[in-house]
Write a protein that binds this ligand. Sequence first.
Ligand SMILES: Nc1nc2c(ncn2[C@@H]2O[C@H](COP(=O)(O)OP(=O)(O)OP(=O)(O)O)[C@@H](O)[C@H]2O)c(=O)[nH]1
Ligand SMILES: [Mg+2]
Length: 421
Amino acid sequence: MEHVIIANVPKDFRTSGVEVAQMMARVRAGDVRALARALSLVEDGGGAEVLAACREFAGRSLRVGVTGPPGAGKSTLVDQMVRWLRQQGQSVGVVAVDPSSPYTGGALLGDRIRMQDFAGDDGVFIRSMASRGAMGGVARAAADVCSVMEAAGRQTIVIETVGVGQDEVDVIGLADVTVLVLVPGMGDEVQSLKAGVMEVAEVFVVNKSDRGGAELVEQEIVAMQALAVGEGEWVPPVVRTVATTGEGVKELMETVRRCALEKGSRRVRLESADTLCVLGQGGLRLDHLGVAVKSIEGARGFYEALGLVVSHEETVEHEQVKTAMLPLGESRIELLEATEADSTIGRFLAKRGEGLHHIAVHVDGIDVMFARLTKHGVRLASDAVRVGAGGHRYFFVHPASTGGVLLEIVGDAVEPRKGGE
Ligand SMILES: Nc1nc2c(ncn2[C@@H]2O[C@H](COP(=O)(O)OP(=O)(O)OP(=O)(O)O)[C@@H](O)[C@H]2O)c(=O)[nH]1
Ligand SMILES: [Mg+2]
């Protein structure tokens, strides 16, 4: 009787407020049925509240993208990776993006048979999704699935996708580390892959290396890298595997871990020397709000009446700007006054008048952030990471990409302060 009553309640009501909070508490506690339900809500497009609740856990998992041509052995390899992670005591999420089958929530037959080994193991949660037809695009949908899995405390999330088109490259953009699976006998195909996924690969796998020709593919990859990889950049290592037996998988996972550490895109917590890392929040926080004013002397009175105190004043010659910092909670307000009419702030004042000039967000790995935003096609207003006041490194994101406000990304100072915390 009771469930009949519940079934008649409008869907909005059933999936909002208290109930979402309760469901999310269960998701956080590791309840896989709650996780499945939260994912269904999100996939049906009714998961705004679920996603909002997941936000504070963003960036806690290590996301490993596995891509490569059809039949390269990706699923077999993912299966072995999951096995290895389970041996390390990690909880794992798998997102399989299936390019061809309709959006049924079911895996490909082959995947299903293999992954059945994990049936009954709550430490492995597998979600399949179609790459076409998902609302807002497959990358969006996969990102949402990852967010929920992250909130559910999955320490590593493996994303499998067929590396053939832009959709797949977008999906792989979600990953912290991207593994490209190739096989012997590809020869010229390696060349043809060059334009797409080849560039996003951070670890190369030559799978099926029980067959002849593994060396040849490896040589092809190395030859290509000699041309493509810049000085001081991460040189994607090549690992040989036999996914059917698990050979080389340990080495692959150690390489993935090393890549994640080296990229240093996020704070890294190592549970033990040979456990894969779980990555932290990336140090994202509001650093300051920049307010353009005609005169700092004229403007500071209000802020002081408000109870704020100017902690630091500085003139940055090369930017023709005078600044005054007023700490506010964990962030600050920065007043900006032009020292020349024909300067960035001077022109802003002439065009828009006084007001909010930019928002500054702090990030731990500024170089990785610069590369990541570039890779995502975000329009930047700086051509490189620069050094500004106090030795801090920064770059600007153009308002065209942020919803109309200039965004400054701030990293740590060039010389980290010694003795501090
Ligand atoms: N000999 C050999 N066969 C392998 C190896 N890895 C995978 N295979 C076989 O290759 C076939 C394809 O493997 P899958 O894991 O389904 O490949 P996939 O890349 O996931 O394929 P799609 O998802 O369809 O793109 C299967 O028959 C596997 O058993 C390997 O290392 N050696
Ligand atoms: Mg597969």
